[in-house]
Design a protein around this ligand. Structure first.
Ligand code: ATP
Ligand code: MG
Length: 273
């Protein structure tokens, strides 16, 4: 078997503990992830679920090295990225993209959509000059179902769903191998949510993208994800293919989560429709 895209071994992450500030000396640390082991195969969508504060976002941010782990290792595409500094990470950044929960705060209000998507392409050397950046930006907009004329617009001139599409277009424009999607539909109305999720499923199919999808909505996770990782208190309780995990939860906590899926369930064909 080929090497997984991500291979995480015994990963520990801590943050300074603001509740135990001392007047002198270092702030004590609180450990948030405890010995995470996780393999992610290329081309799969992995759901990260678990109650608030269980460490989902922290694990996601560690994967794309938006934070510094304390110990353990993260291998990405065969490279140990655990302790690389930002300089060393720069060539990898195009492959490690993030779609944020709140597109309005994630998109610079003073820049046009064209600049928001196009500038990173030039920075990563993926476009030679502004003309080519513009062309690739328009392609990315088409890919997410937005008019190419949106290059001239500003974020506040778009609807929430359109802004989230811009966030996705920006993430895929660099042709990344990996995208972290952290609660990306929670601020949207139900129909925009369904459209965004259909788009994600298409992108996985079209681009062979590997996605870590963090969500509280288990009915969505069940439909979209190939694999589900259940986190609790910074540890992985279960990590299995979606079908078996929901049909026969091994851990009582997973069974509880499953029982909390709201009824009635969404139509099973909505992702295909
Ligand atoms: N930058 C930070 N500094 C200090 N503590 C942090 C930081 N980020 C997260 N934490 C703590 O780490 C723990 C895990 O947080 P995390 O955001 O990963 O949880 P989560 O599972 O994503 O929760 P939610 O579902 O609410 O988004 C929490 O106790 C949180 O308070
Ligand atoms: Mg979170």
């Amino acid at each position: 078997m080929s090497e997984p895209l991500f291979d995480v071994e015994n990963l520990y992450v801590s943050f300074p503990d603001p509740n135990h500030k001392t007047l002198f000396g270092q702030m004590p640390m609180v450990e948030v992830l405890h010995g995470i082991r996780l393999k992610i195969e290329e081309g799969t969508v992995v759901g990260l679920v678990g109650e608030s504060g269980s460490g989902k976002s922290t694990l996601g941010r560690a994967l794309v090295r938006l934070l510094d782990p304390v110990s353990g290792s993260i291998r990405f595409a065969g490279t140990d990225i655990t302790y690389l500094d930002e300089n060393a990470l720069r060539p990898l950044r195009r492959d490690l993209q993030v779609i944020f929960q709140d597109p309005l705060s994630a998109l610079n209000p003073r820049l046009t959509i064209g600049t928001i998507i196009g500038r990173p392409l030039q920075l990563h050397g993926l476009a030679n000059g502004r003309r080519e950046a513009l062309k690739l930006t328009q392609e990315a907009l088409e890919h997410v179902g937005l008019p190419t004329a949106f290059v001239a617009r500003y974020p506040h001139e778009l609807s929430g769903g359109q802004r989230q599409r811009v966030g996705i277009a920006r993430a895929i424009a660099t042709r990344p191998r990996f995208v972290l999607a952290d609660e990306i539909v929670s601020g949207l109305d139900v129909s925009s949510q369904a459209q965004i999720l259909t788009l994600l499923a298409d992108l996985k199919k079209d681009l062979g993208l590997t996605i870590v999808f963090i969500s509280h909505d288990l009915s969505v996770v069940r439909r979209l994800c190939d694999q589900v990782v259940v986190l609790r208190h910074g540890e992985i309780l279960e990590n299995r293919p979606t079908g078996p995990l929901f049909e026969h939860p091994e851990h009582p906590y997973t069974a509880e989560l499953k029982a909390a899926i709201p009824l009635p369930e969404v139509d099973g064909d909505w992702l295909n429709s």
